[in-house]
Design a protein around this ligand. Structure first.
Ligand SMILES: [Zn+2]
Length: 117
């Protein structure tokens, strides 16, 4: 059976199946006979997976990419791992050598000498 990870409490393990809707409505539906039947069928069909630990409905399958990532994050939180040190600070301290841009010398148009003629 596939395991799930809870997005709310980071619980990992098999999910608990829970029926949607309320028992109360089902009973009321059955008292007004024809309505109870489709409601009961709907509840049986639309079973949802909930967290065994907190009852949350935001479960991700551990086999999925998102589930794996969440599991990794949860593990890092548990171990208090501060392994994720970004190189941002380092990049900020490195001074950028600013090369002064010297404008190219203006091109002088070849002066025509009318006196040579
Ligand atoms: Zn949970």
């Amino acid at each position: 059976m596939a395991d799930y990870i809870c997005m709310e409490c980071k619980y990992e393990g098999p999910a608990r199946k829970s029926k949607r809707g309320s028992k109360k409505l089902e009973v009321i539906g059955w008292m007004m006979f024809p309505f109870g039947l489709p409601y009961t069928i709907w509840r049986m069909v639309t079973k949802i997976k909930v967290c065994k630990h907190c009852g949350g409905q935001s479960l991700l399958p551990l086999s999925s990419d998102a589930g794996k990532r969440l599991s990794e994050i949860a593990r890092q939180e548990l171990t208090g791992g501060k392994t994720l040190i970004t190189a941002k600070e380092k990049a900020d301290t490195v001074p950028k050598p600013s090369a002064p841009l010297t404008p190219p010398p203006p091109r002088r148009a070849p002066s025509e000498d009318p006196g040579t003629w």
